[in-house]
Design a protein around this ligand. Structure first.
Ligand SMILES: Cc1ncc(COP(=O)(O)O)c(C=O)c1O
Length: 488
């Protein structure tokens, strides 16, 4: 454990102010320590939370320009996560991704990135005007799950686009795989290209040697971690990490302030501080226990007939270099049923809420809050699934994979051009003005500026039939419409 990690300066300052100081608040928020909060809300969550829902003032520092307890808490987080600088975020890694990209790319600047990135990345392209150079991720043929990118594909992209402003990567993918990030970062840095990493699904990586090394440890210039996903803090709270001199710290701060609310929630900020403390003091031990439980349940599920649990056997030294076992991906396709339907089955029949379904797999995310009982329930739900469905190796569902339609306009150009709604079936060959996706995982089938293909429409229809609600399309009485460029 590093120095002072048992301190929680921001959390303690908030508790002192909200619960102990007796201050009379003539500032906002107007509910004034909860006095104007409806009783039904208080009955559901208690009273204290509202006394901690306060605004920034001198003793609680300011997220826009931290010089007091927020600065101290951020410094402790930077130390724990192996960065030079940490910036607390209250709009998730969505804002982290956008701030990383806007810290480096302006209009027309080239950004090399995988096409299985999260929607926040495409929105950052709209905001910045950056021109994406897409890398096709490696696809696991059997499960249809997309992995990382190959070193060779990055090299080719850097060779073809020596003017690229940055390289953006996922570490890990939603399913816990990482590409050979160290080799890729070294390659990019030899060409003086900064590397930005979306580590939203790996905030726990620095805390145990059984996890893949963190992006900071491997030399990335910036990384965003969704502490709320696997680090134990409240939903929406994330941390942006930064090191080195390729990207200026002062510029990152300015970029954050362009987007960030001027009324950041102290509940979220304090939850980051106290979660960081917990990870520092107990992370090693808790993750050792978690890993034992995870490995046990993975083996038990894999021993059930017809279920495959994706793991280290997929590693190939390149696009699948390291693996995080807390992502429990179960291939259910031998039962002739899609992961989408299996996802619904787990909830409806066993009250087990999975993270997501894909065409062949379901994903259970294990994290610091899980215990033996939860893993037993997961196992029993898998067992129930094998009893309730019939093993059928003949009919496997369609795989979606990652489609890379032709990019006619950059996402930003397309986003601001005039557009019109057309029926989905009539959109083939036209240029999309919107991103369309299932959420989660939030990887768009098509993004603004891409040409809609027959496959886009088929994928859409398949996803819909499988019970998914797609974001970005418009349901009308006479069918599904999508937004396309009016001039297309
Ligand atoms: C790969 C990836 N990046 C970024 C995000 C955005 O993270 P957040 O929900 O913290 O805004 C997500 C969210 O699911 C994600 O899956």
């Amino acid at each position: 454990m590093k120095n002072n990690q048992d301190a929680a300066p921001l959390f303690n300052a908030l508790v002192n102010y909200g619960l102990k100081s007796g201050a009379t608040p003539f500032d906002v928020p107007g509910h004034k320590f909860g006095k104007a909060i409806p009783q039904a809300f208080k009955d559901a969550v208690g009273e204290n939370i509202f006394k901690l829902d306060v605004n920034s003032m001198k003793e609680l520092d300011s997220l826009s320009n931290p010089i007091g307890v927020i600065a101290e808490a951020e410094q402790l987080a930077a130390e724990l996560f192996g960065a030079e600088n940490a910036f607390f975020l209250v709009n998730g890694s969505t804002s982290g991704v956008q701030q990383m990209i806007l810290s480096v790319c302006g209009d027309h600047d080239k950004l090399i990135m995988p096409r299985n990135a999260h929607k926040s990345t495409y929105n950052a392209l709209v905001l910045s005007g950056a021109h994406p150079v897409y890398l096709e991720p490696h696809n696991d043929d059997e499960s249809g799950v997309s992995m990382g990118v190959t070193l060779q594909s990055v090299k080719q992209a850097l060779d073809m686009h020596p003017d690229a402003k940055a390289l953006f990567l996922l570490h890990p993918t939603y399913f816990g795989y990482t590409q050979s990030l160290k080799a890729i970062i070294d390659l990019a840095h030899r060409r003086n290209v900064p590397v930005l990493v979306d580590q939203s699904h790996g905030s726990h990586f620095s805390l145990h040697e059984a996890f893949p090394p963190s992006a900071m440890a491997l030399g990335a210039d910036m990384a965003t971690i969704s502490m709320h996903k696997t680090g134990g803090s409240l939903t929406q709270s994330s941390i942006l990490l930064h090191q080195g001199t390729r990207i200026k710290k002062s510029y990152v701060r300015s970029t954050i302030n362009v987007f960030q609310t001027s009324s950041a929630s102290y509940l979220l900020l304090a939850s980051l501080d106290i979660a960081r403390r917990q990870l520092a003091l107990e992370g090693q031990e808790r993750f050792t226990t978690l890993l034992d439980q995870v490995n046990a349940v993975r083996s038990r599920i894999a021993a059930l007939p017809g279920l495959e649990v994706l793991g280290t056997e997929r590693l190939n030294g390149d696009s699948a270099f390291r693996f995080d076992p807390t992502k429990i991906t179960v291939d259910v396709s031998a039962y002739g049923v899609s992961g989408f339907k299996a996802y619904d089955y787990f909830k409806a029949n066993h009250n087990v809420q999975l993270e997501l379904g894909e065409s062949h797999v379901v994903l259970a995310v294990a994290a610091i809050g899980d215990d033996e009982e939860a893993f037993e329930r997961l196992y029993q739900a898998c067992k129930g699934f094998t009893n309730d469905f019939t093993l059928n190796h003949k009919t496997t569902p369609r795989k979606i994979g990652v489609h890379m339609p032709e990019m006619v306009y950059t996402p930003r150009n397309a986003f601001f051009l005039p557009s019109a709604l057309v029926k989905l079936e009539q959109s083939e060959g036209l240029i999309s003005a919107d991103s369309i996706m299932v959420y989660p995982p939030g990887v768009p089938l098509v993004v603004p500026g891409e040409r809609v293909t027959a496959r886009t429409i088929q994928d859409y229809r398949f996803l819909e039939q499988e019970g998914n609600v797609l974001i970005g399309a418009h349901q009308r009485d006479d069918g599904i419409y999508i937004n396309v460029l009016a001039s297309a």
